[in-house]
Design a protein around this ligand. Structure first.
Ligand code: PLP
Length: 396
């Protein structure tokens, strides 16, 4: 038998995509499944962005361009970073990739040596762990409690740091918790990162989706030192409902950007030129569709939080960003639901899908077993229906 890559065989398939696939399969069979599993806006890409893509086709903007991304788009990204995040970058600091996921991969490949450790606050987005392993580095998990809004505390961060710590993967607002770090909390992390010489990979893909007056702050904007040590990751998927377009980008110091550009130039080249042109227009033109979507998410968020906390046996804290809620199911553990003993988040997710036809993501996928993640990127009607079903399932 031919031996395959040991490293690659250690990479597990994304649980979120697996649940989504099962839910979609059931839907295809005609079952009325409500999915709280999805990680993408339920809105269509705004019209003006679609039109920009057509314009690119009409103008013949369909060829190879610079490996690090369409020059026009990189210039527009610099303007966006200045206007939104008070960050000064030049196009040479920007690398555009096939989605923020690809940006994260490039970033980790650019900075990690075998044996380097990358700190990941728990609960974490499913892909972080695997991406770190794919870059030959070691994920080091820092547990964050629900009491602390799933945010990393100073002492816990300090305790996780070793001489091998290369980077901290910070996601604010967060998937799966919806938590958003305040300026003071970011300052605390920045001070430690600067003092210890640790790179911060700041995944800001949910920056536009913040609520209750929370303000998104980029850790890189706190001072020049932390800016030099930060790789800001952002993209079009969540804010502009452009998940299928596959456009993400990084802003970093020139050296890191150059290495990432070199890697990408051989692995994938630049992402789709038409999508980059449309993304440039998306950032340049009227932003009202972003705000409309944010408001819709906000309304659903409030409803979902209220409803969940009315159901006996489960609870949740109010998330300040993104479009996810971590529902605490710890009180259901050891109990039987619809004839099934609930020992953890996987059991709950399975029974939820099988008996109630509601898809949720088991917290196991994010490193916590007392929770399941519910996405509110779904219509109010579906959210209502889905929560009714969860309520009846738990009531029995
Ligand atoms: N980062 C986080 C925290 C995410 O939740 C996602 C998508 O689910 C991504 C990055 C990747 O987004 P994309 O590759 O579509 O830009």
């Amino acid at each position: 038998k031919i031996k395959l890559s040991e490293k690659s065989q250690k990479i597990t398939a994304s649980v979120t995509l697996a649940i989504d696939a099962k839910a979609k399969q059931m839907m295809a069979e005609g079952i009325d499944v409500i999915s709280f599993g999805v990680g993408e806006p339920d809105f269509n890409t705004p019209e003006n962005i679609n039109r920009a893509a057509i314009e690119a086709l009409d103008k013949g903007i369909t060829r190879y361009t610079a490996a690090s991304g369409l020059p026009l788009y990189r210039e527009v990204i610099c303007k966006k970073l200045k206007d939104d995040n008070n960050l000064e970058y030049k196009p040479e600091n920007i690398v555009v990739s096939n989605g923020a996921k690809h940006s994260l991969y490039n970033a980790l490949l650019a900075i990690c040596n075998p044996g380097d450790e990358v700190i990941i606050p728990v609960p974490y987005w499913v892909s972080y762990e695997e991406l770190v392993k794919m870059a030959d580095a070691i994920p080091v998990f820092v547990k964050c409690s629900e009491e602390n809004e799933f945010k990393m505390k100073r002492n816990d961060l300090l305790a996780a740091i070793t001489p091998n710590t290369k980077a901290i993967l910070l996601n604010s607002p967060s998937n799966p918790t919806g938590s958003s770090y305040t300026k003071d909390e970011l300052q605390m992390i920045a001070d430690i990162a600067v003092e210890k010489g640790i790179i911060v990979i700041a995944d800001e893909i949910y920056e536009k989706l913040v609520y209750d007056g929370a303000e998104h702050i980029s850790i890189a904007s706190l001072n020049e030192k932390i800016k030099d040590q930060t790789i800001v990751v952002n993209g079009m998927s969540k804010a502009y409902a452009m998940t299928g377009w596959r456009i993400g980008y990084t802003a970093s110091n020139k050296e890191i950007a150059k290495i990432m550009g070199n890697i990408q130039s051989h692995a994938t080249s630049h992402p789709n030129t038409i999508a980059m042109y449309a993304s440039a227009k998306a950032l340049m033109e009227d932003q009202s569709s972003v705000e409309e979507m944010r408001k819709a998410f906000d309304e659903r968020r409030k409803y979902m939080v209220e409803r969940i906390n009315q159901i006996d046996g489960v609870s949740c804290i109010t998330p300040k960003g993104a479009f996810y809620i971590m529902m605490n199911i710890s009180k259901l553990k050891g109990k039987e639901i619809a004839g099934k003993l609930i020992e953890g988040s996987m059991d709950f997710a399975e029974i939820c899908l099988d008996k109630s036809h509601v898809a949720v993501v088991p917290g196991m996928a994010f490193g916590v077993d007392d929770f399941v993640r519910l996405s509110y990127a779904n219509s109010m009607e579906n959210i209502r229906k889905g929560l009714d079903r969860i309520e009846s399932l738990i009531k029995g």
